[in-house]
Design a protein around this ligand. Structure first.
Ligand SMILES: [Zn+2]
Length: 205
């Protein structure tokens, strides 16, 4: 009886998430071509070789080398498999703009999300320094204080990737890229490299 009541109570929650998920799956972003095949195969082979080598030679004694090597190799392999870098959504239910210069409510919401991610990326720096100061005395007691680089570096890389891999809420391509390729270079910029949408376009209106 209790379980049934719980199921009924939590139903709208699941419906809400299911609706969001279906909406996300139905969203058709512009196609992005993969990196050339030889680059992809090189990354996949080199990534796998890196993982195998680090497992074989570190012999689980050097945790920094082992975890760092597996992480680095996996990222390289995934880059080759996907043919570049994935992009992170900024709005749910994205659709192409009515005209190339339009700034509507969906774009404004997306820009707010992007600025929040930018703040997170900046705040990660003092956060990392504080975490290093707290963790170093503990890690110095062990044999591998360099592990702090992984403990602090991975979250920093994660929040920076979320910002720099954001999709433009207007054109749907990478905001910080100029090329439409999945392996496009990422550059710090305040306007979308494709449609020219400024990062603070919603504030100007
Ligand atoms: Zn754009």
């Amino acid at each position: 009886m209790f379980q049934m009541a719980l199921r009924v109570y939590s139903c709208p929650y699941w419906i809400f998430h299911l609706k969001n998920r279906i909406q996300q799956m139905a969203t058709k972003y512009p196609e992005r071509p993969m990196a050339p095949a030889f680059v992809r195969y090189f990354c996949m082979i080199f990534g796998l070789a890196n993982i195998v080598a680090v497992i074989a030679f570190s012999a689980c004694k050097d945790m920094f080398m082992l975890i760092g090597g597996i992480l680095g190799g996996s990222v390289l392999f995934a880059f080759g498999w996907y043919g570049g870098l994935p992009l992170v959504e900024t709005v749910v239910g994205w659709h192409p703009p009515a005209n190339s210069a339009a700034v509507d409510e969906m774009h404004r919401q997306g820009l707010k999300v992007m600025r929040r991610r930018k703040w997170m990326a900046w705040l990660a720096i003092p956060g990392a320094l504080a975490a290093t100061a707290l963790l170093m005395p503990l890690l110095m007691q062990g044999t591998q204080p360099e592990l702090v680089l992984l403990i602090v570096g991975v979250p920093i890389a994660f929040v920076n990737c979320r910002y720099y891999l954001s999709r433009c809420p207007r054109c749907g391509f990478g905001f910080f890229t100029k090329s439409v390729s999945r392996a496009a270079l990422i550059r710090q910029r305040n306007t979308c490299g494709h449609c020219g949408l400024p990062l603070n376009a919603d504030k100007k209106q």
